[in-house]
Design a protein around this ligand. Structure first.
Ligand code: RRO
Length: 306
């Protein structure tokens, strides 16, 4: 069986297969990125990094629920100047594209972060404009068409690498915001960030997360994410990367049929480890061969047929 079924060019990025590590899962170290790459991922997206170091919220920051994980990490990160060293180090060993996820509080900050990440060697950027529980960077930037357009335009003006925009499901129309990002020059969209959620402990009568509220990921959000990808595919012409509850090759196929060109995997790594990537790509390859498709592009958006 050949892996050639799975190779692709996504918005200028050469991928050996359409799976990526989702931002936010696993830290910032070259060793972790290497283990994910060895597990079979086609690309790696880093945890979101801002200009200044941030310690994040107090514990607990992640809670397991029956249908996934609820997190409110609060953007813990070492700051871009420190992280740039790690990008440089990772680029000396990684054989797959490294996509730097960045967040900021203004268009100038996003542009500066984009420049710094690309100068350090990042192959592409993912603009995180959709964190569900950190004010300003998530809710104000990603939900305002004007600010979103300004952020994307400015980032595109300063770097010559692909700019991907990660969208929130916590909006009235993700497709309208995807269109705004595409018109502003985004090369691809990731859908979706986590869904606003919380967990309450009946014994203590209190919210469990240190931040009280957070974002849900994992199997529960898959149908929400599929619908978001489906709506985006109807309205936007740039590639879409599906993210939300992908744990098996069948999940990946469903996202491709909805209109995604690739998928990101996050929560499933907690249960399966890095081998989840090769398990999914093997299954996807067998599916494509059995169904008579010669590559992934053959099924992207096929569920839109009438
Ligand atoms: O760090 C977080 O709490 C976080 C981020 Br930046 C995000 O984009 N999505 C999320 O669920 N958590």
């Amino acid at each position: 069986m050949s892996q050639d079924y799975l190779g692709m060019n996504l918005a200028g990025l050469k991928l050996a297969n359409p799976t990526m590590l989702a931002s936010g899962i696993l830290g910032y170290s070259t060793e972790t990125f290497e283990s994910i790459s060895e597990g079979g991922a086609g690309a790696i997206v880093t945890k979101s990094v801002g200009l200044k170091p941030r310690s994040g919220y107090v514990n607990p920051t992640v809670v397991q629920v029956s249908c996934g994980l609820v997190n409110a990490m609060g953007l813990p990160n070492p700051g871009m100047d420190e992280f740039a060293h790690e990008i440089r180090r990772a680029k000396t060993v990684l054989k797959v594209p490294l996509i730097a996820s960045v967040y900021g509080y203004s268009e100038d900050e996003y542009a500066l972060l984009a420049e710094k990440a690309v100068n350090a060697g990042a192959d592409a950027l993912e603009l995180n404009v959709s964190c569900p529980h950190v004010k300003q960077t998530g809710s104000e930037i990603g939900q305002s068409p004007e600010i979103l357009a300004a952020v994307v335009k400015k980032a595109k003006a300063v770097v010559d690498k692909p700019v991907i925009v990660k969208l929130s499901p916590n909006v009235t129309s993700i497709a309208d915001l995807g269109e705004v990002a595409a018109r502003a020059g985004a090369d691809a969209l990731t859908a979706i960030n986590t869904v606003k959620a919380m967990v309450i402990d009946a014994e203590t009568g209190m919210p469990i997360l240190g931040n009280r509220v957070g974002g849900l990921s994992g199997p529960a959000v898959k149908p929400v994410a599929l619908r978001c990808v489906y709506d985006l595919f109807e309205q936007v012409k740039i590639p879409i990367i599906g993210c939300g509850g992908v744990a098996s090759w069948r999940d990946a196929v469903e996202f491709l049929l909805a209109g995604a060109s690739a998928v990101q995997i996050g929560t499933a790594i907690a249960a399966e480890g890095p081998k989840v990537f090769s398990t999914i790509t093997r299954g996807l390859s067998v599916y494509l061969r059995k169904k008579g498709f010669k590559d992934v592009n053959g099924i992207v958006g096929l569920s839109h047929r009438r």
